[in-house]
Design a protein around this ligand. Structure first.
Ligand code: ZN
Length: 183
């Protein structure tokens, strides 16, 4: 299992609902956590490893405290709070790019966990922010879309470099994008 990077097409498409939560899904979820900790992230969505299903994980405490591990399957955002907060975000799929993003401070969400049970929960602050960032990934939305015009302009050069690297990887293997569907 490895990360796919911008502009891999799998990052821009809508992920499919996960119908069956079986042993394979559990094993892959374990791998997602290991990868996320290795990369020092606090959240990771399945499409970021080329697995285009509606599942993401997060742990806002990082690898040192596994009590924060959460798995969200087929999540929905039912409601958003009115208060908006601005924080800097980054994304493991777009290395080195960071930028301020406005998001609701609170959300009401619904999801299944690995047992398949359905939950409804109100989330706040960092957890709500990471949830929204990862949720966007399931809809093919990268945090780039939320950057203001100036930040988008500043990001352009870096994005072009990533596009060039992606093209070169594709040329060298001769099968652009194929690998992304086989995590
Ligand atoms: Zn991301």
């Amino acid at each position: 299992m490895q990360l796919v990077y911008y502009p891999d097409p799998v990052l821009l498409k809508t992920a499919q609902p996960l119908e069956q939560i079986d042993g394979e899904v559990k094993a892959r979820t374990e791998e997602l956590f290991e990868l996320m900790y290795r990369e020092k992230g606090v959240g990771l969505a399945a499409p970021q490893v080329g697995w285009s299903v509606r599942l993401f994980i997060l742990n806002i405490y990082g690898h040192e405290d596994r009590s924060g591990e959460r798995v969200f399957i087929n999540p929905r955002i039912l409601d958003k709070g009115e208060e908006i907060t601005v924080e800097e975000e980054g994304c493991l799929s777009i290395p080195e790019l960071r930028g301020n993003v406005s998001r609701p401070e609170a959300i009401l969400c619904e999801y299944q966990d690995l047992s398949g049970e359905k939950f409804r929960e109100e989330m706040h602050e960092l957890e709500a922010r990471v949830f929204q960032h990862e949720f966007d990934h399931l809809n093919g939305v990268l945090f780039l879309r939320h950057l203001n015009t100036t930040a988008k302009l500043l990001a352009k050069k870096l994005l072009r470099e990533l596009e060039e690297e992606y093209r070169q990887r594709g040329d060298s293997s001769g099968k652009t994008g194929v690998r992304s569907r086989e995590p």
